[in-house]
Every structure is written in C-alpha cells, then in structure tokens.
Write a protein that binds this ligand. Structure first.
Ligand code: ASP
Length: 359
C-alpha cells in the first residue's frame, strides 16, 4: 500500500483488501488494436488488456475475469447481451464483492440503464467503464478508468457493506448513476454526462463519495431480483420542425409498437397542429403507451407549463420527468416484459424505480 492509499482509506472509507472482483469484458475501444491491413480498430485478446495494466496487481484484490465470446463493438449490443450480463452476474453473485463491466462507450449508457432496471435490490457494485483510446496507446484513458473502477467496486463502508451498491458508469474521474448517463462526446475523454444528477463519486487524489445520493438496499441480506424478461416493442419519435404526418403516423400507430418515447422540445412541448394532436389521440385510443421525454440534456418535462404541453397530457401522454431517452427505453423494455396490461405499465412509468427520475 502506498501512503496515498492509506490516506484514501482514512478519508473516504475502507478498502476491502481481500475483495474479490469479477471483470466482465464485452469489448469496445478499451480492448481494440489497429488492424494494419485496413487501419480500423478491431477487438483483441482479453489477456492482453490485463497485461497492459500491471498496476492492478498492486491491489491485493482477487480479480477474476470473463470475456464475451465473441467480444463486440458496443454498436452490436442487443437486449440479449443484457440478459447475458444479468445472467452472468446472477450466477456469480455470491462469489464476488463487486463487478466491473468493460464495455464500448457508444451504447454504454443504454446497457447501464438496462442493467439498473434488471437488477433490483443490488447489494454490490456493478461498474461499467471503457475508454476513448485503446488501452495499449500511450495517452490512453483506459488505465485510469479501469483502475479507479476496480477500486470503487471494492470499496466498503464502515459497516462492511458495499460503498456503492448500484449500477454505475465510471468515466474520466466521475462515478455516475448508470441510468442517468448519456454519451455526449465522441472525441473527448469526458465522454459521458449525468446532467440531472450530480456524480455519486469523484476521483481526484481521493475518491470522494457523495453518500447522500447513493441508493442502498432495504435489506442487505436479501439476494437481488434478476429480472430478465424484456419486451422491445418500443419506438422513439424525435420531434423536429417539418416532421410529416406520415412519419408520425408510422411511428405512433405502427402495428408492432406497444410504446413510443416522444422526444419533445424543452419542458415537454410539441407542435399543437391539429393533425399531430389527432394522431396522438388516435395512438392513445389504440392503447399505445406514449411517454414524453425532453430532447434537452438537462431539466425535466412538465406538461403543465405551456398550453402545447398540456394538450399532450390531456391526450394521454405520460410524463417522463427528467429521464434520459436511454433510461426511458430500458424502463419500457423491462415494464413491457413484466406486465401484459398497459395500464400497469403506465402506472409504473410514473414511479421512480431505480433513481432514474427526480421524483
Ligand atoms: N465503437 C466503440 C464501442 O462502443 C467505441 C468505444 O468503445 O469507445 O464499442
């Protein structure tokens, strides 16, 4: 242990020296290498990643690893990948103190949101991380991301419980609630933002935890519920000036669609043109679930502020509050998978299930 770490323990909580962690490698830039043939980045062997981070051996933790086969660019992530991840965590849950998921950044917020809903009553951390530059490159951000994610996954509070028993994204010194994150930058090391919730922890010389925000289980001894039934019959309608009735009709009233996330303007507003409102009413009459989330990065839907928002509410649209689109999608997949009756889904959508909305 270095002096810094001793200090860190004193100031920020305890490190469990004997912690056992499971590193799950799904793919992504962190483990990619340039293919000399066509100069594109392609995934490489997992063992090579660990060789690039000898610093991990300085922790006295037991770190086991398991890799997706095949490893994938996260643009290829599917709900079946989330089911695989949830199944793996369920199977290994009792053997480990925490889980770190190495994942591509492109869909990391979707995956972290999905896992946050699929794992109910977590007593251990599940930390997603990755990088913008491959881990073998001199200026990689992957090393710091991985090393701090490992330290956070092993952190305990003074009663010996996990410090952060939540599904999180750790990136560029910030630990964020997974279902609050969005990828906002394709180039910068600060690739993720959690605009509607401050970070759960920030890493500087010390890792400072924002304990007041961290969600803890009501019973530390109860095993979490692993909910893996997902129904993906959800569409996203992003409004924009000039959108046509035909496009809106196709999305709102599609035969295969059970729910539509409507990405509205500002605090939840949409055009008040009669054709649009009539289509909303038509979709409601077809029992489609219509959820209003804002296109803005920060702030919340409130359909009582403007007349244009109020019309939506009266036509049966449900308020998504300050939910991200990624989180709204994951919540709907889970609720549709769990409930046959759309009325139950609508009731649950209004509830704060995993800290995904400020309500
Ligand atoms: N395309 C990569 C992925 O999401 C990008 C990354 O990891 O940063 O898998």
């Amino acid at each position: 242990m270095t002096d810094n770490m001793t200090c860190n323990e004193r100031r920020d909580g305890m490190q469990d020296r004997k912690a056992s962690l499971l590193l799950i490698y799904t793919g992504g830039t962190i483990g990619m290498k340039q293919d000399p043939a066509d100069l594109t980045l392609k995934p490489f062997n997992f063992e090579q990643i660990l060789m690039e981070v000898p610093e991990l051996h300085k922790f006295a933790y037991r770190i086991d690893s398991v890799s997706f086969d095949p490893i994938i660019d996260s643009s290829d992530i599917e709900p079946s990948s989330w089911q695989e991840l949830a199944g793996l965590i369920e199977e290994k849950y009792d053997g480990y103190d925490g889980f770190i998921i190495l994942h591509g950044t492109d869909t990391m917020s979707y995956s972290a949101s999905a896992l946050s809903f699929m794992l109910e009553g977590l007593t251990k951390p599940v930390i997603f991380t990755g990088s913008q530059l491959p881990i073998g490159m001199p200026r990689t951000d992957g090393k710091e991301n991985l090393i701090s994610a490992v330290e956070i996954a092993a952190a305990k509070d003074s009663s010996g419980h996990a410090r952060v028993p939540e599904v999180c994204v750790y990136f560029d010194n910030m630990l964020m609630r997974g279902n609050r994150t969005t990828k906002v930058n394709a180039d910068n090391f600060r690739a993720f933002r959690s605009e509607n919730l401050p970070p759960l922890a920030e890493a500087g010389i010390y890792i400072k935890y924002n304990d007041a925000l961290i969600i803890r289980p009501s019973d530390w001894n109860r095993r979490p519920l692993f909910r893996t039934a997902l129904d993906t019959r959800v569409s996203i309608l992003k409004l924009h000036p000039g959108i046509t009735p035909q496009v809106v009709r196709d999305i709102l009233c599609g035969k295969e669609t059970r729910a539509v996330i409507i990405e509205t303007y500002g605090s939840g507003n949409a055009t008040s043109r009669p054709w649009f409102i009539n289509l909303i009413r038509e979709a409601s009459a077809m029992d489609k679930i219509l959820l209003n989330v804002t296109q803005c990065l920060a702030g919340s839907v409130n359909m009582d502020i403007y007349a244009n928002g109020k019309i939506l509410k009266e036509a049966g649209v449900i308020c998504g509050y300050d939910c991200t689109t990624e989180s709204a999608l994951a919540k709907l997949f889970l609720l549709l998978g769990e409930y046959e009756d759309n009325r139950e889904v609508r009731l649950m959508l209004e509830k704060n299930m995993r800290g995904e909305i400020s309500k």
